[in-house]
Design a protein around this ligand. Structure first.
Ligand code: GLU
Length: 294
């Protein structure tokens, strides 16, 4: 995964590394197309990455369905596959991608510092974040929900948290759900924050907390892995449009990402079906209309 490869062959053809999409195993993602020696205007981010021959991408390693480190040490999930589509259009094969573990709280920082080329990590587009970075997308629309133990009859949604002032709810530092849940709490002490959602799921499992809140699709991943231990309650109560975080003001890179996703809608759908689409309760998305690049 962290190999470097600099030799580029001078042809503009696009090769599909495998044709796994044609009746292959639905559990494993099809290999993305990798452009061979694509040409970009000098001075653009695309030209710089293509010339370098590697790309560093920030994602999660602990979120089933979106970005999860498997037992072989590989990172898999919908975000990972979306990122591979973009890398492929830049001429970067999956083995030349360097994956950077990027918890929610550090996403803007790693982009600002230039430690990653982009972040694809269940990353909600919002104005506060846009002060520091730019987003391409959205490429998916999620929404915040609550997860509890399957035998919990007391917490039925965000509005029930006031009636259960002793209940603790877990979320992640630097995430939108950790802020958006606050108005529903009887006191700030109800909120427990960790670095990642896996820690919240563990805390729910061992009774340290009574609920976990974040985006529905992340929670569904933990429900599906819980063997009946967890369930979702209440309706989604926010909109979480997922964007690809890039350096602030890189309009050309943003437009390139939009063009790439539009041109690869089929690969986008395959990416979904082989990852988050495998989780019970998820629905196949349509590629959303993109925001204007800024
Ligand atoms: N989408 C939300 C956010 O960007 C929650 C998921 C996450 O923390 O990655 O904050």
């Amino acid at each position: 995964m962290q190999l470097r490869r600099t030799a580029l062959v001078a042809t503009l053809s696009v090769i599909a590394l495998t044709a796994a999409a044609c009746g292959g195993d639905s559990d494993s993602a099809a290999e993305p197309s990798v452009a061979e020696a694509p040409e970009f205007e000098a001075g653009t981010t695309m030209a710089e990455i293509a010339e370098r021959g590697t790309i560093t991408i920030g994602t999660k390693f602990d979120q089933p369905g979106f970005g999860l480190e498997n037992l072989e040490g590989e990172i898999e999930g919908f975000d990972v596959e979306v990122a591979k589509i973009i890398a492929g259009a830049l001429g970067i094969a999956p083995e030349d991608i360097e994956w950077e573990f990027t918890p929610s709280a550090v996403r803007e920082e790693v982009i600002e510092r230039g430690e990653v080329d982009m972040v694809v990590a269940t990353y909600t587009i919002n104005d506060a974040r846009k002060e520091r970075i730019s987003f391409a997308g959205p490429y998916y629309q999620a929404g915040q929900q609550i997860m509890v133990a399957s035998d919990d009859e007391d917490i039925t949604g965000p509005d029930s948290l006031m009636d259960n002032p002793d209940a603790k709810i877990c979320s992640v530092t630097g995430s939108t759900p950790s802020e958006q849940i606050r108005p529903y709490l009887a006191s700030p002490d109800q909120l427990v924050l960790f670095e990642g959602y896996e820690q919240c799921a563990d805390a729910l499992s061992n009774g340290q907390v009574d609920a976990v809140t974040t985006d529905n699709v992340i929670l569904l991943g933990f429900v599906s892995e819980s063997d009946g231990e967890f369930k979702l309650v209440g309706e989604q109560f926010t909109e979480e449009p997922y964007g690809i975080g890039i350096p602030k003001g890189d309009v050309e890179f943003c437009e390139f990402i939009h063009e790439t996703l539009r041109d690869n809608e089929e690969a986008y759908l395959e990416a979904w079906e082989s990852t988050a689409g495998q989780i019970e309760g998820t629905q196949t998305p349509e590629l959303p209309e993109f925001d204007e690049c800024a």
